[in-house]
Design a protein around this ligand. Structure first.
Ligand code: HEM
Length: 214
């Protein structure tokens, strides 16, 4: 039985970290081979390919972190305890995405970076999403949770506008039909939709019921 084979939570958490790190290890390895002059999947255009890969993992993990609560409520998959780990990895890929853009695409030109942010709306939207994710990453520790108490939850509501902006950023940069961008959009709409549905249900349940005979 799966239940009797279940691993302790710290081991599972390490597995989650390992799984989230796999794309980084794989693409890091390809980058190393490319730098040594070997032909790899990124050789033709390292900047564009790595920006795509890091962007893809950033948004996929961000959405995955948002999916854990519905998965627990709907299918009793007790994965919510890994939400912070997955969310943190999403932020790691966001940072790598920005680093790739700044170093490989812009050649470490800070002035051009700001110019791109100001002139290209989809970059500005991506930058805003990154800014909203920053406080979440900074307050992802147990200590921050203890210190902020109720305000921690309020800070972490920023994940919703950040995810919306990230999906807009992805949709905005597509040059032709891109199934992945559509799937990410549909996943986000479903995740937000189910939360709104639950919230409305809770609000209606709290409302006092008036008797028609009164
Ligand atoms: C300052 C912040 C950001 C900058 C400068 C930036 C820059 C870029 C650029 C230049 C591209 C197009 C790459 C290409 O031409 O193929 C791109 C695509 C993308 N970005 Fe960002 N981005 C930022 C933030 C974010 C954030 C916060 C996320 C998600 C959490 C994200 C997710 C994506 C995705 C999913 C793509 C499309 C990748 C694909 O083609 O599959 N970006 N970004």
């Amino acid at each position: 039985m799966v239940g009797s084979l279940s691993l302790p939570t710290p081991v599972r958490r390490s597995l989650v970290h390992l799984l989230c790190a796999l794309p980084l290890v794989y693409w890091g390895w390809q980058t190393l081979l490319t730098a040594q002059g070997q032909f790899t999947p990124i050789s033709t255009d390292p900047g564009a390919v790595l920006a795509d890969k890091t962007g893809f993992w950033a948004i996929s993990l961000l959405l995955a972190s948002l999916a854990l609560t519905p998965l627990q409520r709907l299918f009793r998959l007790r994965w919510v305890k890994y939400r912070r780990a997955v969310g943190l990895w999403a932020f790691v890929y966001v940072l790598l995405h920005i680093v790739v853009f700044y170093t490989l695409i812009l050649g470490q030109d800070l002035a051009e970076f700001w110019q791109e942010v100001v002139e290209r709306p989809y970059i500005l939207v991506g930058a805003l999403a990154s800014l909203l994710l920053l406080p979440l990453a900074l307050t992802s520790t147990q200590a921050a949770m203890r210190q902020l108490k109720k305000r921690w939850q309020q800070v972490h509501y920023l994940v919703y506008p950040a995810a919306i902006l990230a999906v807009i950023h992805q949709l905005w940069q597509v040059k032709s039909f891109e199934l992945v961008a559509i799937i990410h959009t549909l996943v986000l709409v479903s995740l937000l939709g189910i939360r709104v549905y639950w919230w409305l249900g809770k609000r209606n349940a709290r409302r006092p019921k008036f008797s028609s005979q009164a």
